[in-house]
Ligand binder design. Sequence first.
Ligand code: AMP
Length: 282
Amino acid sequence: MEVFNNINKMQEWSLQTRKQGNSIGLVPTMGYLHDGHLSLVEEAKKKCDKVVVSIFVNPLQFGQGEDFEEYPRDLSRDSSLLEAAGVDAIFAPSAREMYPTGFSSSVEVSGEITEKMCGASRPGHFKGVTTVCTKLFHACLPDMAFFGQKDAQQLLIIKKMVRELNFPLKIVPVPIVREEDGLALSSRNVYLEGVQRQEALVLIKALKQAEEQIRGGERDITRLIGAIKATIATSPQAKIDYVEILNGDNLSGLERIEGRVLIALAVKFGKTRLIDNLLVEV
Ligand code: AMP
């Protein structure tokens, strides 16, 4: 397995790999890998000849007072996991390599898709995400890039960027991987302290209840959101950031439940902000 810290070296490897007739699958991550990340790797291995995993905690997508400094990092553990998973190359650049002094470019998707949900609570976050993904795509030259449904809004924004700016690659969505009890895997789960881990189960409980209500014929969004909030409120530590039910393809608002809907939420347990979602098709 190759490990690249340098953008030019990464690009050379990718150009050479493509010249030899191989397709490249890219899995962008911020590291501290778990089985959710590894399911993206598995999907990439199925669909592409060579797999590159990028590991980069991107300062641009963290706001003031967020957890950039504390974000968990363990490159040597990540490397062992990826080697065992049969990955061909790791791209792990430093922040200085990605954003040298004087760096002032950005790529931004504007409009309601980036303004609601996490875009409302984390201003500038998605501009950081689209800028870093552009750089990762240019460095790794993938035919396909794999993104988790866990970050549903990110996935839709990246798809829109790739479509509108004609990036020559395909975005492949991968389902959410959960713990046995239903908690969505996240690198941030290690922050959960004491009872917070148990209380975090209200998220999947509330999402599943809403899904059942929809399957039972409920079409009223205000009532569904009210029920989700009431369930989350049974956890004393939970502080709701948002609960939204939106069009699952473009995050536009809905009058009532129809088509593919995304039920998405962000909730804080102490300092730890968790996101989760379910897609429901009616
Ligand atoms: P992160 O390292 O958190 O930036 O995540 C890197 C990629 O892994 C993103 O595309 C995430 O959506 C995806 N991912 C994170 N957690 C999960 C999960 N539990 N299941 C599936 N994909 C995930």
